[in-house]
Design a protein around this ligand. Structure first.
Ligand code: NAD
Length: 356
């Protein structure tokens, strides 16, 4: 599989469309799905967007629920489910980043309603059948075909409003999916090619959108990259990098995209020798001699956060983080030991470049 052709059509399971103002095509997408009315979802911060969609849909809108929250807490899902059941909605429209898309997936998991997603970040959740949910502070993840959205509308005008800092961290979050897909145990030629396409699109597009956030052609390029990276995330298993980010995010309440941005060069450097051939794709795309250092240099040039200490992690937390991250490790090219992970975390905490 390669990128969906300009403007249209994804793979056999998901309809993927790209284009300026394409969010205004919601009515025709609803009709195509055979749905009569849609419940529109957003975070409180993006409720304007949800109300704009409601206006565009007119009588096809069944209401707006704008309380989507990071990590998909079950109590918010239950609240949304009540609104949904009290409405005539037979379709879900999620307008936002991974948090809003997560809520749509949680509702689809419980109701099997079709989902139209309109992503406004690069996190890539819209392209996966994976749902993470939080109950009593514990996050669990499942994979289910009901969770995979039916339609994705990538509108570059929507990511153009993403502040530059979030653009960079969210873009690096997407690149992390592709980087780990390169050495995934269950990778195929197809997933590797798609991961490389995703890395190339983001490596080319991100510097352009940092220079000119309103450059819609470059924004569309980054969205194509995010789609490719999200798609491989849904198709292959992730390893050390994702394990570290889940552990740090969950146990220390760290912001999702920033944590990914900081950890990525270090996790990739950790695996550099064990997956040397697979990781050549990263130096092919970004230049340089070592994948971890190339990613570190790329992140630094873009002005990404580089140090866990800047996210409020204290040095005394690192022992516990290393302990948690090495319990039940994901399969990883290089064996995961507590000492080595502690050293990795020290460098990531201080914001040092990876040693190799
Ligand atoms: P997010 O959805 O939490 O958004 C962060 C904040 O930015 C929110 O306040 C949001 O309203 C705002 N925002 C989003 N887009 C904006 C825009 N264009 N302009 C201005 N503000 C905007 O952030 P995220 O990083 O996209 O998502 C993180 C969540 O997604 C996490 O819970 C993560 O676990 C989940 N996720 C899940 C998967 C999966 O496959 N299940 C994949 C990636 C991420």
């Amino acid at each position: 599989m390669a990128f969906p052709a300009m403007g249209n059509e994804g793979d056999e399971q998901v309809r993927v469309r790209f284009g300026r103002a394409i969010r205004r095509d919601l009515a025709s997408e609803l009709e195509r799905l055979g749905s009569r009315q849609a419940m529109i979802l957003s975070t409180p911060q993006q409720s304007d967007l949800a109300f704009e969609a409601s206006e565009v849909l007119g009588p096809l809108a069944a209401g707006v629920f704008s309380k989507a929250t990071m990590h998909t807490p079950i109590n918010v899902t239950e609240d949304a489910l009540e609104h949904l059941r009290a409405s005539r909605a037979d379709c879900l429209v999620a307008l936002g980043g991974g948090s809003t898309i997560g809520l749509g997936k949680a509702l689809a998991y419980r109701t099997d309603l079709p989902q139209i997603t309109v992503p406004t970040t690069y996190a890539g959740s819209e392209a996966t059948p994976i749902l993470g949910q939080t109950e009593d502070g514990v996050k669990t993840t499942l994979s289910d075909p009901r969770v995979l959205p039916e339609v994705i509308l990538y509108d570059p005008e929507l990511v153009a409003t993403l502040p530059v800092g979030m653009t960079v961290t969210s873009g690096l979050n997407a690149m992390a999916h592709a980087a780990e897909a390169l050495y995934a145990e269950n990778r195929t030629k197809e997933t590797t090619n798609l991961a490389i396409e995703g890395l190339q699109a983001l490596a080319e597009g991100l510097p352009k959108v940092v220079d000119a956030p309103g450059d819609l052609d470059a924004r569309e390029m980054t969205q194509r990259g995010a789609w490719a990276c999200g798609t491989v995330l849904g198709r292959v298993g992730m390893a050390l990098h994702h394990k570290l980010c889940h552990t740090l995010g969950g146990s220390f309440d760290l912001p999702h995209a920033e944590t990914h941005a900081i950890i990525l060069p270090h996790a990739i450097a950790y695996n550099a020798r064990a997956a040397a051939r697979e990781l050549e794709a990263i130096t092919d795309v970004l230049g340089g001699k070592s994948a971890g250092q190339s990613l570190f240099g790329f992140a630094k040039t873009l002005g990404a956060p580089l140090a866990l200490r800047d996210l409020g992690v204290s040095e005394t937390d690192l022992d516990r983080a290393a302990d948690l991250a090495t319990r039940k490790p994901y399969p990883n090219p290089r064996p995961v030991t507590q000492n080595d992970i502690r050293a990795l975390l020290q460098a990531a905490w201080a914001g040092d470049a990876p040693a190799s």
